[in-house]
Design a protein around this ligand. Sequence first.
Ligand code: CA
Ligand code: CA
Length: 497
Amino acid sequence: MVEQPCGGVNIEYSVYNPTSVPQLLPEIRVDGFRLDPDVKNLKRLVTNDYGNLVKADETKTKWSDGYYPDSYAPVLVGVDSKIAVGVAFLYPYLEYQHSTYNELYQDVSGGAQNGTYRFRFRLFREEGYPGTEQPLKMIPPNQTWSYTVTVRLSKPRNWITTLHAYRDYFQNLYHDANGEAKPKDLRPIRGKTLADSNYFSNNPRGYSPILHIHDRGWYEFVTSFINESKELGYARTMLWQPSGLYRNVVNNYPSQFMDFDTLQEETADAFFDFPQNQIELGFWAGRSAQVPDRQYCNQNDPAQCQWDPPGIHNADYHNPDDMAFLHHQLELARDRWASLIGLDMFGRMKTSDRYYWVKEMRQFMPNVTFAHEGSGPDMTAGMFANFYNENINGRPPLEAPDMLSNYLNPGSEIWAYYWSSEQIDYQKVQNLTHWGYTVLLSGSIVGRTDVTHLDLTPVACLDGLDNDNDGLIDFPKDPGCKSEMDNTESLTAVTLF
Ligand SMILES: [Ca+2]
Ligand SMILES: [Ca+2]
């Protein structure tokens, strides 16, 4: 594929520690970019919600999406009306295992560079659990670590191509090792909540009484759920709390998502009806990176644990007992015909451990699509879907395609969770699908949305095809595309006289 021409340089950094004690890593930055000094004319790439341009907050002089790999990629892009500047930080994450805090900021010192912009990567910290502050990373004695900062300039329209050197580096490191994700599947997913703590007075695991899973097992529910899903036009489904809920509610949803009670266990062959009816069955794996404390499990078999254990902990990828438990849950899901598995709170595992664990899961269940709740970084997103929930953490609604994900991991699904207790905005579901998101609809009204006539085709400027046969594909390459949301690659007729 030929990139739009964009100029730039690569800056190589070698950090050598000649001493006999570990040393802090220095801040790495590039200075002096003369983008429009008036911040209200500046747009920047966001990397922690969905990867697209937003207006820079003009009340600030520093803009950051926090640490990578909590964010999607270690890249910074600033765009004004004349030029786009993209700066990326290339380093072998799995080898160095440190995060980086990425920041675009404006020099307001009043000096010679006043009003110009800087791009910096700093506060490199030990890899740890997202949301917790780790110690600063030290480079060991007598070692040299290498980093490359790529700086690319382009016309504003071509801003995404300023990241092409990062994309080449990234795909070479991660895609070559794992293969690309499957082509995106835009068919919507129908979500269903099976239990709620309000129902503990009715049955021990809080299954919704009207579903009768608690007293009649799976057969009735599965038959009616499949029939209903077919009528509404769904071919993919997701069941939350398949094993019910813990009474000890702080540990919900259960990591024991496949540890059924006796009646549910005895009727679990009902799930075979899903593949029989060409409906993909999904299970939501509660707290998928946490496991029951060892003392609540069988002495000889760490995979067999008592239901609702009083203590759980973050799973350690290097602890065979923890991993035996997680493996066993997956085995049960596989035997029960799961095609989709949602990994609840997956961020409780370190990024590099998640990376190796998901690689293993994919080998173990090659036909299953996994999804990462909380959105994983680019290096894991190449192997499974991300899950975007705009209902939490003040995340913005999805109002455009995820250009960054499309660019780095074009085959990866992004599940856009649509939950509402109110009437559905069907146009929103259609827009999200056109923009390349897989919509996961859930809730008593939303989950009953008829999607039979949903158009599953991405817009022409985002579909990877040369729709008008001019040799140029999609936005920004095809000049007929006004934006990545344009549905035609053809230039509209212009009246000249
Ligand atoms: Ca196209
Ligand atoms: Ca074209």
